[in-house]
Design a protein around this ligand. Sequence first.
Ligand code: ACM
Length: 528
Amino acid sequence: MKKIFIFIALSLMTVLPVAAQQALIPTPSRIQGGRGAFTITSGVRIVSGGGYADTLATRLQEELQEFGKRSAEKQEKSGGVISLRLDKSLGMPDEAYMLHVTPDSIALRASSESGLFYAREALLQLARSAGGTVRACRIDDRPRYAWRGFMLDESRHFFGKEKVKQYLDIMAALRLNVFHWHLTDEPGWRIEIKRYPLLTAEGAKGNWHDPKAPAAFYTQDDIREIVAYAADRHIMVVPEFDMPGHATAVCRAYPEVSGGGEGKWKHFTFHPCKEETFEFISNVLDEIAALFPAPYIHIGGDEVHYGNQSWFTDPEIQQFIRDRNLENEKGLEQYFIRRAADIVASKGKTMIGWDEIADAGVSPDKAVIMWWRHDRKHQLVKALENGYRVIMTPRRPLYADFIQHGSHKVGRVWGGYNPLEDIHRFPAPITNLTQGYDDQVMGMQFSLWTERVADPRRLDYMTFPRLIAVAESAWTPAGAKDYSLFMQRLPAILKMLDAKGIYYFNPFDPASTPEPGAPDKDDVLKNG
Ligand code: ACM
């Protein structure tokens, strides 16, 4: 017992100080310190083992030039070798990497392209945080979760290609690998569909604050450009086409597929029993499936009850419910989701849906559940028990439209808000619910709804620095996470955000980064 204690104490002595000093986020699953440091100078040689390693080596050569020049001015000795090798025979899991730094050499090794890419990102982070001098260490790293995501709602407000690319760059540096793109909802439809031009000519007009705003959307060329840009950074782009609710922009453009809805919910749902609706959805999905190589398509499926009033009164819909022996309007909603699952499957993709769809009776091999209702933990458990794979994005603490500091006035609160620390702690408070289902938990994501986010400055503020904590929670094993060490390392990442001109909330000095104003006088704290 005593021996074990001494062994553990010694291991901590070697590992902890290194972990504390190395400004790497997400914290690696394993890092050991060594003696000395490697200084990047203009005399460094970069060697690579062919194929993708060569591509990365060329990129690294350019990226390291900033240190080379600086060192040359200081007349430092040149030399040292950085070697990159993609080696399947190492048998490392997908995305895993090894980074070994000695005073004379740096070795980057992985068995997958994504792993080698992350080794390079880790090296760049270490080098940039210390002016080009990388302390000796050996890192053996792999992610906790396969799905490490960020969702951006561009229906409520549209931010455009350059902003999305900037976020993809930051995501890659943080080893986040899924961009969930919420492109359709009530205020606007944001993706060109050639077969249905009114989707953009009409449906893309307006945003949350201004229903008369000019049409804003991504052309198919834009989408291809962003998907390629993301792929180059090992980020999968998953589009969301919300149905049968949140379909207002579609139904405004094509009223023939509208399922009604009343007052402010007019056109909120698709018509749930016209074959024309399912043909329309299938045709749109053909184009979406062709644009996005990801194996998943998100079909929403949330909050249908907001705007399905006419389902209760329309004689045709009521007759359909009786003819099909559906229990009621809820049964009709579930019928719709089953149809959607079949259509998505017919395109060779797997459907993802918000956690309401766990009730629809879709086969677990055809659907992935995104758990969002933090106050309905039983929905997470039910999804797991029924064999579904699950992605976790509970409103508390993983919705970015909640405020992050007690002094903030614009955004959501619900029995509290979403500070950095709660995100860093996640998923610890709910692992009792997922125990025994580890294989079904694909991962987690930070989701940003943009009703109260109308400009890039507020977008940045709500996203950062919380996305950095998300990255650590999604990547780093529970045993290697430590909030106070995370806070010690955070300034190095904030420096990177400074260099990119990102306006983030500064948790070390809240008064120095005032909350950007509300886009509208009604946009103050919103409960729920
Ligand atoms: C959601 O927040 N309605 C998924």
